[in-house]
Design a protein around this ligand. Sequence first.
Ligand SMILES: NC(=O)c1ccc[n+]([C@@H]2O[C@H](COP(=O)([O-])OP(=O)(O)OC[C@H]3O[C@@H](n4cnc5c(N)ncnc54)[C@H](O)[C@@H]3O)[C@@H](O)[C@H]2O)c1
Length: 430
Amino acid sequence: MKKMITVVLVGAGNRADVYASVSLQSPEKMKVVGIVDPDPIRRELMRERYNVPVENCFEDVSEFVKREKFADAVINGTMDHLHVPTSIPVLEKGYDLLLEKPFAVNEAEMERLVEVARKYKNKVVIGHVLRYTDFYRAIKQHVLNGDLGKIISIETCEHVSYHHMAASYVRGKWSSEKICFAPMLLAKSCHDVDILLWMMKETQPTQVVSFGSDFQFGPERKPQGAGTRCMQDCPFVDECIYSAKSNYLAQPRWGQYVWKCLEKNRNLTQEEKAESLRTNNRYGKCVWDFNRDGNVDHQAVMFNFANGATGTFSMIGGCAKPERNIHIVGTLGEIKGTFDDSRYILRKMEPNGSYIGCLETVYDLNVSGDMIGAAGGHGGGDQKLVYDFLDYLSGYEPSVSCATLEDSVISHRAVFKAMESKYNNTIIKI
Ligand SMILES: NC(=O)c1ccc[n+]([C@@H]2O[C@H](COP(=O)([O-])OP(=O)(O)OC[C@H]3O[C@@H](n4cnc5c(N)ncnc54)[C@H](O)[C@@H]3O)[C@@H](O)[C@H]2O)c1
């Protein structure tokens, strides 16, 4: 069995860095040997961090693939619409691939990628990190063990916090399909649709219907008297829940997005940050002044399955607390849990002599479900996915959690069909 996997980062941004950091934790398992990124600042930052030779750094994938293959795999952390165009050349060159989600932004390019990966027989894993968390793995194990019997219904939901909503889907890189080519259901919740369909893997989704809208944002909902930039001319700067001052200056949660435009000056002072928000940083603009081009802030999706089971997923952006819930009801029992609390209840039907009712077992996994908590990003899912990818490349069978490309096609197709349903206001066959 091979011990060390060498990787090239294509798109040396936030996500590639998260995955690449496994090479610092476990240098005997993984080594970053190349970088492809058109941004010289990102390229140099990551080159220094991972000690990559200058001659292995490239501005463009086309330059990179001109070189003889010099690594086992590529980690592709480019933005959503670049996933397919930057992956096809590396697959053709024979690299295996860890590719961020959503791996494609429409059905046509999804099919193209699948065709190329089939032709060149590459191992391709998609960044569905939630599958690797202790919470979802444990629930999946109950499903596999048959603890619930046959699943009748599955309900899941994702609450996107108001500050995450603003940083990513209103002011941020995923605000509009015109910018990122992915509607919010795809960009944010392809993870959740993947989890739902992964739990239902014994059957297939056959129909979908979906509704959603933008309920809270857009210039027409801007509070009267609000300014154009929070820290420049807005009287509500100290009370608005979306104030750039409280969201970005007072605490660092979304810094990786907000200070990208100032990346060249390392170690920014608070005054430099404040000046940027007051003047030309898009995160300093009033949250209601963005044109989201019809992107939703909440969306509901309902699935029908081949065996008669049903499923629902609800994504709600702008909530007080980020939270993912799941409720699976089967013929022998049910599971209800909250990912962010890392806690679920298993209820089993229990006709026992004179007693009829249910037996409840509470599973407290004692892992921070916090997306950036002590367990690591996404409740520890980020790191576990990388270790699993390395094992897969070393010749081990794909784990239960492993989302291969073929596997991920199921949830991506379901999301594309859900969007078709929303746009056409009709039930769509999957
Ligand atoms: N799995 C998850 O839970 C999760 C979480 C957040 C984001 N994501 C996904 O990860 C991806 C990356 O997000 P991010 O926040 O890290 O983005 P980012 O902007 O930090 O990184 C993208 C990098 O790609 C580089 N780039 C641009 N064009 C390129 C090209 N032609 N070739 C190579 N590199 C190029 C950019 O310069 C940048 O450094 C997105 O698709 C996003 O949806 C996944």
